[in-house]
Design a protein around this ligand. Structure first.
Ligand SMILES: [Zn+2]
Length: 106
């Protein structure tokens, strides 16, 4: 069985290849099956508050956590949605993109 090392800098544990780290819960969208994942990969600084609001609503993160997540999203994309409802995924991506932030479907 292939092992992979968690890319979360505060985790770095080895685990069997799967869609999430069993130690810290970090998601690995590329290893997932028939699901759609929405990743925030960049944000519009002029719409930062509105983007934080979208992140909080879609992920349930607190204010501080959402702020840190979007500021780091270029290097560590924020998983806004992961599930089998492609329309819901597209709606979330569209909300981000209409703010000038950049979300992609995987
Ligand atoms: Zn981990």
């Amino acid at each position: 069985m292939k092992m992979k090392r968690c890319t979360n800098s505060s985790c770095r544990k080895m685990f069997k290849r799967s869609c999430s780290c069993p130690f810290c819960g970090k998601l690995y969208p590329r290893l997932m099956g028939n699901f759609t994942t929405v990743l925030l990969i960049n944000y519009n600084r002029d719409a930062k508050i509105k983007t934080i609001k979208v992140v909080r609503e879609t992920t349930g993160m607190g204010l501080r956590q959402a702020k840190d997540a979007i500021e780091n999203c270029k290097y560590d994309p924020v998983v806004l949605y992961h599930g089998s409802d492609r329309n819901a995924a597209m709606a979330i991506a569209e909300r981000c993109n209409s703010l000038g932030s950049k979300a992609v479907l995987r």
